[in-house]
Design a protein around this ligand. Structure first.
Ligand code: ASP
Length: 257
């Protein structure tokens, strides 16, 4: 028996281009995640329960929107000492994707289910499901419009490569000095609804979980790093990992130790 530890991240949605209010909102969300994690650890919940709770409890309604304006969410969870994991992709109506990932781990013979199969499994498991519209917020609809105007999926391409017709051009570094805005909204192609958490509980068990809507304006069917065990999420008896950032870059840089 020993001490415990927790680390959380709030996804790639929080970048220096966002206005103060959104950055504050993101900090509040992360603090809530941390509070929930800490009180769960103090109540002696095992690491795997804590990472699940942190990933679904405090998350506001909303998700990054793919190019067609609907929602496709994904998540994964891994129990380090048992080396068991579960992942889901392409969810459109499941309210808490990380809990479904845990059910895949515990109630299915598989590690990863996607799209209609994952939704079917969710129905059979009786998890809470909502209309796809539930996840579509006005704020994110506006963000999607901006991403489309910028013809961009990744933040780096907005900052460095693309020309934004109605606000002029931007070069490297310009976005950091003076945030690019359109109709009063910052040009950021991430939505701040990603959450990741790594925990070591007092018995030394490590677990990790990550959930996300992915990137704004992503292609339908795009799968990022977050549900990929060994890329966006991993846990063993030695360490835990939950990544955030451009999934494509993370996937391409996975290296063996
Ligand atoms: N890594 C996530 C993705 O590419 C985004 C995030 O970290 O917020 O789907």
């Amino acid at each position: 028996m020993g001490g415990w530890a927790i680390a959380v991240h709030g996804g790639a949605g929080v970048d220096p281009n966002l206005p103060k209010e959104r950055q504050e909102e993101a900090k509040r969300l992360l603090t809530r995640c941390l509070d929930i994690g800490i009180s769960s650890l103090r109540s002696n919940l095992p690491a795997i329960d804590v990472v699940e709770l942190v990933n679904w409890k405090p998350i506001p309604r909303g998700s990054a929107l793919p190019e067609n304006g609907t929602v496709e969410m994904e998540a994964s969870i891994m129990d380090g000492p048992r080396r068991r994991c579960g992942a889901v992709s392409g969810l459109t109506t499941v309210k808490n994707p990380v809990s479904l990932a845990r059910l895949v781990m515990e109630q299915s013979p598989h590690s990863y289910l996607g799209f209609s199969g994952a939704e079917e499994f969710a129905k059979k498991q009786g998890v809470e499901m909502v209309d796809n519209e539930y996840f579509i917020t006005q704020d994110n609809v506006e963000m999607l419009k901006l991403a489309k105007v910028a013809n961009s999926i990744l933040l780096s391409t907005v900052q460095f490569d693309y020309r934004i017709p109605t606000v002029g051009t931007c070069g490297a570094g310009a976005a950091m000095d003076s945030p690019l805005q359109m109709n009063g909204l910052p040009i950021s192609v991430y939505a701040p609804e990603t959450v990741g958490c790594v925990v070591v509980d007092k018995d030394g068990r490590c677990a990790a979980a990550t959930s996300t809507g992915g990137l704004m304006n992503k292609m339908i069917g795009r799968i990022g790093d977050s549900p990929l065990i060994g890329s966006g999420t991993y846990a063993s008896e030695l360490c835990g990992v939950s990544c955030t950032g451009e999934g494509e870059a993370i996937i391409q840089r996975v290296e063996t130790a």
